[in-house]
Design a protein around this ligand. Structure first.
Ligand code: NAP
Length: 256
């Protein structure tokens, strides 16, 4: 199926690693122009095969002014923005008992602030091009996880903003959808596993509870759904939350 994404300029935040990297790679394979925005220079070395270094912008997205600069630079260089995949995030474990008001606000800024900043500054270009937005959520905002109030509050806000922006942007035919992963094999996930005394045993326990094939979701499986939502093959889909999680969030727990 041709997704009609050829030459589309699409920003992928946190696109140097994990899920974002798979999205950027899939976009490149479709002939689109993925613009990776990520904070780590180290990540440049691990960019998706074939993606041009000039399509990598280093920035810490927690700063609104950095987001504005990025958008301005992209519009200057490419002349347009056709889509944004708001993906960067970090399950930073700022809990109720062990956290603090300051850490909570910082976590919210790190995990949802830049979703707003990027779309806000890109809006004129998205409007001009009938662009498209995909937000990456987390099943934790549906199920809770414990010990991570900031991240879960941010991920909940991301789902609400998906609905809110879908409504506000109807007049421009800008579609806004969210993809919700649960357990995906990425560097972030691996570092979470390493926080347990026996990471392999923890992985075995989690995998057992994932109904479809008792395995983690592959980043490429998230990317495929994101690309479909970015494409005009999903031209009448907006305001939706799509779970790509092997049935983890919704299927009967008694089956695993
Ligand atoms: P990852 O492996 O840590 O990759 C995320 C990338 O985003 C990293 O390169 C990270 O840089 C970058 N990043 C984070 N915050 C940033 C910021 N403020 N400015 C610029 N770059 C930033 O994470 P992932 O597992 O692929 O997760 C991607 C998204 O999926 C996140 O929103 C996460 O919440 C969501 N998600 C993941 C899972 C899962 O199982 N993996 C489950 C549910 C939801 P650094 O490495 O330098 O921080």
């Amino acid at each position: 199926m041709d997704l009609h994404l050829s030459k589309k300029v699409i920003i992928v935040t946190g696109g140097a690693r994990g899920i974002g990297k798979s999205i950027a790679k899939a976009l490149f394979d479709e002939g689109a122009i993925p613009i990776i925005v990520d904070k780590s220079t180290e990540s440049i070395k691990t960019m998706p095969d074939g993606t041009q270094p000039s399509h990598f912008l280093q920035a810490d997205l927690t700063s609104a002014s950095a987001c504005k600069e990025i958008i301005d630079d992209i519009v200057d260089e490419f002349g347009r923005i056709d889509g944004i995949v708001n993906n960067a995030g970090n399950n930073d474990g700022v809990g109720l008992e062990d956290g603090s008001p300051e850490k909570f606000i910082t976590s919210m800024t790190n995990n949802v602030g830049h979703f707003y900043y990027m779309v806000h500054y890109a809006l004129p270009s998205l409007t001009a091009n009938h662009g498209c937005i995909v937000n990456i959520g987390s099943k934790t905002s549906i199920t809770g996880q414990g010990g991570t109030s900031g991240y879960v509050a941010a991920k909940g806000a991301i789902l609400s903003l998906t609905r809110e922006w879908a409504v506000e942007l109807l007049p421009y035919s800008i579609r806004v959808n969210a993809v919700i992963p649960a357990e995906v094999a990425t560097p972030l996930y691996e570092s979470w596993l390493r926080s347990f005394p026996d990471p392999q045993e923890k992985l075995r326990q989690v995998s057992k509870k994932i109904p479809l094939e008792n395995r983690l979701t592959k980043p490429e499986e998230i990317a495929d759904t994101v690309l479909f939502l970015l494409s005009d093959r999903s031209s009448h889909t907006t305001g939706q939350w799509i779970f790509v999680d092997g049935g983890y969030t919704h299927l009967d727990r008694a089956i695993s």
